[in-house]
Design a protein around this ligand. Structure first.
Ligand SMILES: [Zn+2]
Length: 280
């Protein structure tokens, strides 16, 4: 949801659409620094979240990279995370999604160690849960498979961590969500992270083929995962409840602010499996 005009607008807009949850930025998505929050707008934001009973998720700016070999970049990333954790806390947001980052050619193991050392040494007693998002598997990325995320979870001292599963990224990284058996393997891998670690799904189709490594989202049902792929996805009981957000722009191909695509898919699942999955 857009924060144009005021951060409170994200909650108002989500509420008026009837969404049970939504995602937003709590600082400028393309900058290391942002203006302090306006207390009146924070108050209004909380009021709307309550009134409409909708759960806010924050997304950390894209510059963040704790896996980087550059100390300067890691320091800036830590400041960014700290600042965003404070903003979320003030706004009553319980979860923040972070991209795991890139080791920039120095190797996955070193990347993981840098991330976990930085967080263990500097981010202590955070009230806001940090949700690590699986990556698309582009060159040098860390955390595009569940084994790497599992290793990160193992090495972190904090328990206040969780997973944000992006379906486009998973598909791009080689997880074939269209195949029931392979989807079961992914679910097993997610369960191995610990109890109830999955807190949010980024429900995106993929522009490119399975295993492409490309982080390019497509409107639901209109990409390479496709409608059949998402019917398979929602046929798995593990994905039949929880929080979901779509990360696609309004363009010629679609508008995910309405429920058209997802409701079409859910009603087919309900019909095929004689279920009554509900969403709002
Ligand atoms: Zn995502």
């Amino acid at each position: 949801m857009s924060v144009a005009g005021s951060i409170a607008n994200a909650a108002l807009d989500a509420g008026e659409h009837g969404y049970g949850d939504f995602q937003m930025f709590t600082s400028n998505p393309r900058s290391w620094n942002s203006k302090p929050l306006d207390i009146d707008k924070v108050g209004l934001f909380k009021e709307y979240c309550n009134k409409y009973d909708t759960i806010p998720f924050s997304h950390l700016p894209y510059l963040f990279n704790l896996a980087s070999p550059s100390e300067e970049q890691r320091m800036k990333s830590l400041n960014l995370l700290n600042d965003n954790l404070k903003r979320c806390d003030l706004m009553g947001i319980k979860y923040i999604v972070v991209h795991i980052g890139s080791h920039l050619g120095t190797g996955v193991d070193k990347g993981i160690t840098r991330i976990t050392d930085a967080i263990n040494d500097n981010i202590i007693d955070h009230k806001v849960m940090i949700l690590f998002e699986n990556g698309a598997g582009y060159n040098n990325s860390v955390g595009s498979n569940m084994n790497e995320i599992n290793e990160i979870f193992d090495k972190l001292n904090s328990d206040n961590i969780g997973l944000c599963l992006d379906t486009c990224h998973a598909f791009a990284a080689g997880y074939d969500l269209r195949d029931p058996k392979k989807l079961d393997f992914l679910v097993d891998d997610i369960k191995d992270l610990g109890k109830d670690k999955l807190k949010l799904v980024h429900l995106n189709d993929a522009k490119y083929e399975l295993g492409s490594g490309m982080d390019r989202h497509e409107h639901l049902g209109k990409g390479k995962i496709g409608e059949e792929g998402f019917i398979n996805f929602f046929s798995n009981p593990f994905f039949q409840k929880g929080c979901f957000v779509m990360e696609t722009p309004v363009d010629k191909l679609g508008n995910d602010y309405d429920y058209n695509e997802v409701s079409k898919i859910i009603s087919k699942v309900n019909k095929q499996l004689n279920l009554d999955i509900n969403f709002r």
